[in-house]
Ligand binder design. Sequence first.
Ligand code: DX5
Ligand code: ZN
Length: 219
Amino acid sequence: MHPVRIAPSILSADFSKLGEEVRAIDEAGADWIHVDVMDGHFVPNISFGPAVMKSVRGVTTKPFDVHLMIAPVDVYLDAFAEAGADCITVHYEAGPHIHRSLQHIKSLGKRAGVVICPGTPAKMLDYLLDMVDLVLVMSVNPGFGGQSFIPSQLKKISAIRTMIEKSGRDIDLEVDGGVDAAWAKRCIEAGADALVAGTSVFRGGPSAYAANIAALRGD
Ligand code: DX5
Ligand code: ZN
């Protein structure tokens, strides 16, 4: 298990000055930049695509942690790799061939992540853990920032932590959705070592980002 990494979601940033926002969370201590891509089909919201992501790639050297909420997904993997993704995470629920999608990401030389929705059991990871670098547990139904953390997901986080330890592989366990300082503490206790946060990082504007990130770490 790694010391906790904080991945602010730029979905909650001010899009009119996205470059400045990315620079501000970098300077405020973000470990990864979480990029939420939504297509209006797999999830009921639309965010942005690879061109927008690429436009801010040069602003920071921090890893881009790209969460694709799109279906079909395979046809876009090359574009996100080319746009500067470091880790590409795809939904188990987004199509019939999650294994193929993960193989594709690895073939592009990127870290591969699998993400499961709140209604999807941990067991679905049984035949995927040997090929992923990251597991992302959704603690809200994907599509929007600002939702409330679903408490039942804590049990799933613990179960997946046990599965990861058993696998003997170095796999990050990330949680996404409704994570504030109080839920962050509980997620870390349950075995998470990476936390996505939108609302709780961007609240209060740039002067608050460093304190907001520190609070999530439990500092
Ligand atoms: C939801 C996204 C999340 C979300 C996080 O579909 O994947 O990354 O925007 O935002 P908060 O922290 O506001 O729930
Ligand atoms: Zn996300």
